[in-house]
Write a protein that binds this ligand. Structure first.
Ligand SMILES: Nc1ncnc2c1ncn2[C@@H]1O[C@H](COP(=O)(O)OP(=O)(O)OP(=O)(O)O)[C@@H](O)[C@H]1O
Ligand SMILES: [Mg+2]
Length: 361
């Protein structure tokens, strides 16, 4: 890599098991994790624009990853210049940066995820959508199209107060939105049923109990459990809603329901974890979910995602920390922290010290 934020020109040879990167604050730990995350083709998890990625002292930046996926050694390179990125897969330039999504996969875990249960719905939607983008090649495009259609419908809704818009025009957008939206909901439901199974196993192990964990998809469109519905049924109900609610949406000036408003709710022993769970139960549930995300990715693709844990270890107590390390033993993992030591009794570990953007093994 070169000129990636404060990281100097550097090449690293990482362990295929656990890599622990330690160093003081503001030395470049999160930058390193972010650069690895970028190789998945996603945007920065810090919500930064691509031109902020380039070092203050340079015009361009690059990341080169020698990776193993699809059963062979491959490479992904990303160049950042003029606020844009260009991607290369095995040295061949790709037209769209999104073309590398779903090649190299990673699961990211940062302290902000620890509040996943308590946070607003947006972060939970992001949690499933980010995983689905890596898992389903058509999902990123589906999201883009849905959001574009939603935007069009919202513009139309806003303008309808001032101009007389033909109802036929709405019909077209309602139909399109329902078609795309139902696909999104169905994909989310399929993913969640797998995630729930794995999260339950993890949760029981972390809490060394037998509490039942359930994840429900809270649809803004219909009441009750949507998991048994077919895509066609979802589409029909969504379309019905859009048509019936149109006059009210016109007054609101936006589309009030749809997958962009949906949420997840986690239940422990039938009780809402958000409303009744203790801090510790909520943390354990997030750990269980994050590890489940990695397991499901492995099940569905036959490959192990790389696990990126930025700064979360220091936030966890000894029991959860150990559970985490033991669970990650067989995955390539990057862990960052400020302390020199991670856990005492662990062998398959490579240590790196980071200071002022340079990394030493
Ligand atoms: N485009 C950039 N060019 C140069 N330096 C940058 C750029 N963007 C961010 N930085 C700097 O990189 C430094 C390291 O940031 P980073 O978030 O990686 O630290 P960290 O090691 O994770 O620290 P902490 O332990 O506090 O989380 C910061 O001082 C920040 O100002
Ligand atoms: Mg950091």
């Amino acid at each position: 890599m070169k000129n990636y934020r404060n990281l100097e020109e550097n090449s690293f040879d990482f362990n295929d098991k656990i890599n622990y990167i330690y160093g003081d604050n503001a030395q470049g730990k999160t930058n390193l994790i972010e650069s690895i995350w970028m190789l998945t083709g996603a945007r920065s998890f810090r919500g930064t624009k691509d031109n902020n990625i380039v070092s203050f002292e340079a015009e361009t930046a690059k990341i080169d990853g020698k990776l193993f996926f699809e059963q062979r050694d491959q490479s992904i390179s990303i160049f950042f210049a003029n606020g844009r990125r260009r991607v290369f897969l095995n040295d061949i330039p790709r037209t769209y940066p999104t073309e590398i999504i779903g090649k190299f996969r990673a699961v990211l875990f940062t302290p902000s995820h620890l509040a996943l249960v308590k946070d607003g719905p947006e972060s939970r939607r992001k949690f499933i959508d980010a995983a689905l983008c890596q898992l389903t090649p058509t999902y990123p495009q589906l999201m883009v199209k849905y959001n574009q259609t939603l935007k069009h419908r919202n513009i139309l809704l806003k303008n309808s107060q001032m101009q007389n818009i033909k109802s036929g025009l709405f019909e077209v957008w309602n139909y399109k939105l329902a078609e795309l939206g139902s696909k999104i909901i169905k994909k989310r439901l399929e993913y969640l049923s797998r995630l729930e199974r794995e999260a339950l196993i993890n949760y029981c192990e972390i809490s060394s109990g037998k509490e039942s964990l359930k994840i429900s998809y809270i649809s803004s469109i219909f009441k009750g459990d949507p998991s048994t519905k077919s895509e066609a049924e979802i589409e029909k109900e969504f379309l019905h809603y859009l048509n019936c609610e149109q006059k009210r949406d016109e007054k609101r000036g936006f589309t009030s329901k749809g997958p962009h408003k949906d949420d997840l709710e986690i239940f422990l022993q039938g009780k809402s974890l958000k409303q009744f769970g203790s801090q510790g139960q909520q943390r354990s549930a997030v750990l269980a979910l994050k590890l489940a995300e990695a397991t499901v990715m492995n099940q569905l693709t036959g490959e192990s995602p790389v696990v990126l844990l930025d700064d979360v270890m220091s936030e966890l107590d000894e029991t959860r920390k150990n559970y985490m390390i033991e669970s990650l033993e067989n995955w390539q993992t990057f862990i960052t922290g400020c302390e020199k030591n991670l856990v005492s009794s662990f062998e398959n570990l490579k240590f790196f010290h980071i200071a002022n953007g340079s990394l030493v093994e």
